[in-house]
Design a protein around this ligand. Sequence first.
Ligand code: GLC
Length: 824
Amino acid sequence: MESSEAIRPEKMGPLVMKETWNTPGSFVSWERSENIYIVRGERGGIVFVFLNDEMFRMKVFRNKVPDLTTTAAVLAESCVPHLFPVEENDGQLTFTTSAIRLIIEKTSLLLRVENMDGKVIMQQNLTSWSPRGASHAEYDMQPDSHFYGLGEKASFLDKRGERYTNWNTDVFAPHLPEIEALYESIPLLIHMHGALSYGLFLDNTGRSDFDMRSHGVAFTIGCSTGAYDIYFINGPEMKDVVKRYTSLTGRIALPPKWAIGYHQSRYSYMNQQEVLQLARTFREKNIPCDVIYLDIHYMDEYRVFTFDPVHFPEPDKMIAELRGLGVRIIPIVDPGVKKDPNYEVYKQGVLEKHFCRRLEGDIFFGEVWPGISAFPDFSDVRTAEWWGDLHKYYTDLGIQGIWNDMNEPAVFNESKTMDLDVMHFNNGRPVTHEEYHNLYGMMMSKATYEGLAEHMGGERPFVLTRAGYAGIQRYAAVWTGDNRSFWEHMAMAMPMVLNMGLSGLAFSGPDIGGFAHHTSAQLLVRWTQMGVFFPYCRNHSSIGTLRQEPWSFGEEVEGILREFIGLRYRWMPHLYNLFHEAEMTGLPVIRPLILEYPRDPHVTNLCDQFLLGENVLIAPVYRPDTEHRSVYLPEGLWIDYWDGEVHEGGRHILAAAPLRIMPMYVKAGTFVAEGPLKQYALEDTAESVIFHLYGAEARSGFFAAFTLYEDDGHSFSYKKGHYSEISVHAAGEEGGLRLGWTYTVREYAPRRDMLRFALCYPNFAAASVDGLPEVSLEQLEEGRTGWARNGKNGALIIQVNDAARGGELRIQAVRAEEELNRKE
Ligand code: GLC
């Protein structure tokens, strides 16, 4: 006999009724409560919180006014509500700050943000929600709209015409433009139209969608669960948006210098002899290297917080020998804890209730590398502290960096992650995994960072993560996951990392050489040439692929890689300075040209070249067997780093790029700070510095300035004021140039007696330099003060004592022709 089972609804075909989405309807009333503005419509409304003159938060509500707790992305101190004047008339409600006007149309609760000239910055047309809890809003798009940000996404720089989902996902399949979700979710969209830019940050840790493709004159932002909680971030420049977004979600913590050196990895270096041999080879071959990674094979059957007793029997000895060579190790730590009643971490986790559970109390188990595993619930402070403390196991061994992987979390099942009904305890405010998912990886890295810091006696920790959410930059650097050794993936790394930088992730980079598939000699060369200018610089490759350590393809390749890795180390003062800038302002270390040249229509989607900071243009070669490439130089004069040729900007040039050259240009009138070549960043050798000034001119109106930040490079003492800042400037005048330097702060004393300036490719030759004698280059090397000319590139080199707080020199110029005559 049949039971009622026969008429189960799913057997009766699909539901025919379409969901009706609701809108708040028209305006009913508004009120203010403790600097929070509540605007009510017929069926719901919006709560507005003004954070300052340039940013406000709006949270949509259906029937009851929502609470205003934020996610862990947002810094509580940046989220304090402020009072601003409101005006009401028959048709509108207007909030006014010193920078913007927010106008709410009463008929439809349409929102418009205008600047003080009445130009529309943003218009939000329709806010709606589904009966099942999804929400969605539509925003105006202009014919000249361009979109940036969104963190780690495939495809080109400008996201116009694209649609993306934010749902942290382990994607081993090739990262193609059609893939909408990768490992990281940064729901920040920067919209630029005309001379106006603004950002919209949707603080929702569940699944969200940004669609700049499907609606013609509008784009949409939606989420499938949780609150529609969005921040408007004003420009008008994109730089303002990035600075403000990072004031809201935090900025990178200045990394230890060793973390911005060259890193070598492989899945996996299989035993301790192999690791030691690798480190020795770097030193024998004089290829600088700071870090070797230990991938999953270092563990005892993939149990985190263990070493394999057979292949890594003496981790302490191995680490001590590596330290002697100046190499640190970074072990991988995944969230999956092996289910094994004899394994202490698992036992503790179960007994102390640290693992994610369902509402009914049963632990969620999923399969990852160690087999069946449980997953810590990092949402809860108690568990985060437990996890952080477990890292004492590593810090006791002298380990200062941890690699968090598989923390989307990745699970080997159909959904690729934890079941959506698993709960996160969240300090007494339980939420489902469906709502929490994108935060999981970040909370793991936060626990890791804080645990390491706790046990490192004032040294700066380093955490690398694969998954993350807005704000992850405060705790970890991000690498872009399992790319492949494809030329296309090398090219894609540029827009990907550039947009990550615009989304607050100033410290990121791809696996250099490519992770999966087999690299080739040329690909490794080209990728390394580019990679040494990325903020995060690690060569990593997968099990079963061709080896890709720098010496894997013979001497010619090895020589080129040595040169370029060495260049990263020589440029360390400059690079470190940019990291300091990122910590202070949120601006990224490498930048798309559109960030520095927002009015140049040629650069809106330019992403096969990029800027290191403001003034160094890097144009990688990203196709095989290619010895030339077109380079776009924006306005100004640009000096070829390799041969000094001066190019007028605002046009394309054809650059010659034989294998040993990657085209690079320095903007005339700017400085690059160079240090000595070290084999590892904290090698205990002199911290000499050369300020290279490019394209100095002996004419009034020429001016260049630069500030270099320095500190010990490894401890937190800079936070107590132990750093130095030296400002250098050059002012041209008729017949010469004044060169000055001043320590505005000198609470850290770098190991050096001299300061050096190199005037590269000036349009004049020096006749004399104030009271300084003309000496030979050798005498400069011996530590004499004076000036000399570098025969190789004609640079004028000046060396002064670094004893005083500052100084100024006048360089008398002779024109280049006179100089020629003099010689003849
Ligand atoms: C994941 C990581 C990769 C790592 C591998 C083994 O695929 O993305 O970098 O090498 O796991 O741990």
